[in-house]
Ligand binder design. Structure first.
Ligand SMILES: NC(=O)C1=CN([C@@H]2O[C@H](COP(=O)(O)OP(=O)(O)OC[C@H]3O[C@@H](n4cnc5c(N)ncnc54)[C@H](OP(=O)(O)O)[C@@H]3O)[C@@H](O)[C@H]2O)C=CC1
Ligand SMILES: Nc1nc(O)c(N)c(N[C@@H]2O[C@H](COP(=O)(O)O)[C@@H](O)[C@H]2O)n1
Length: 219
């Protein structure tokens, strides 16, 4: 069993998540409120360590009133999460998903994190095994997850067939740049047959941009 996963991003018309200099201001205020309404409903919000290192996100519900915050989940094989990262603050529970290989330095950091109340889940060897992680999270009671990027983790989740729903805000902006992160990065599929197929469920204008909602068609 696995949680139901909703992938959400704000992208530019050319599919970028941020500029080459990592400026990720894409969504308009109305869209951020839409995202926070989803955050308020799900059990967990998941990002990759790249996003934590670049954005230092809070990953809480802070744009609308809410009496609860979902569990924050950071996928971080090498335990690179800075101890002063906002995602480790006491505003919400946090799970760090890391690999099973433990050197002395990693063991020390795990001890510090656990003392601060951070839950550590170990699955996989070189990279976090996302399938196993989903199973562990489900057993911990996390039945719905909002996947909030970035492009590398999005690829990992799509490649493993772990995404169920997609919502994308397209801003009327073009960032360009072949090295700027896109919605789904990683190696990419080699052929159309392997690609993820989506069914368009809804679309509407929001603020200055447009929201598209899809269901992932499972093969
Ligand atoms: N506009 C938007 O909506 C959003 C924009 N962004 C932007 O995206 C960029 C960050 O994206 P990116 O750098 O790709 O980082 P990600 O957040 O996608 O994190 C990627 C890292 O996750 C770790 N990881 C561990 N296991 C896996 C696995 N099985 N599959 C994939 N990744 C795994 C890897 O690091 P390790 O090997 O160390 O574990 C990997 O490098 C930033 O510029 C940010 O601003 C991010 C989110 C939303
Ligand atoms: N939906 C959306 N639109 C954008 O334009 C964005 N840059 C993001 N970024 C994601 O939101 C995280 C920041 O969250 P907090 O406000 O700090 O709670 C950021 O890390 C990305 O995951 N999302």
């Amino acid at each position: 069993m696995k949680p139901y996963v909703i992938s959400n991003v704000g992208i530019t018309l050319d599919g970028k998540l941020a500029t080459v200099n990592n400026d990720s201001r894409i969504s308009c205020e109305e869209d951020l409120i839409r995202v926070h309404k989803i955050r308020a409903k799900v059990d967990g919000i998941m990002v990759g360590i790249g996003t934590v290192l670049k954005d230092d996100p809070r990953l809480t519900v802070h744009k609308i009133k809410s009496d609860r915050n979902p569990v924050r989940i950071v996928v971080d094989s090498k335990l690179r999460v800075p101890l002063n990262a906002r995602v480790l603050n006491s505003d919400a529970k946090t799970i760090i998903a890391t690999t099973e290989d433990l050197d002395e330095e990693k063991q020390k950091k795990i001890k510090i994190l656990k003392e601060r109340g951070i839950d550590i889940v170990m699955c996989g060897e070189e990279k976090v095994d996302l399938r196993k992680l989903m199973n562990v999270l489900y057993k911990k009671g996390i039945k719905t997850i909002l996947l909030e990027g970035g492009g590398t983790l999005n690829w990992g989740m799509f490649k493993e067939g772990l995404v169920d729903e997609v919502s994308v805000y397209i801003a009327p902006k073009i960032f360009g740049g072949k090295n700027a992160p896109t919605y789904v990065d990683g190696e990419g599929f080699k052929s159309e047959e392997e690609s993820v197929k989506l069914e368009l469920k809804n679309f509407y204008r929001l603020g200055e941009g447009i929201v598209l909602e899809f269901k992932v068609i499972k093969p």
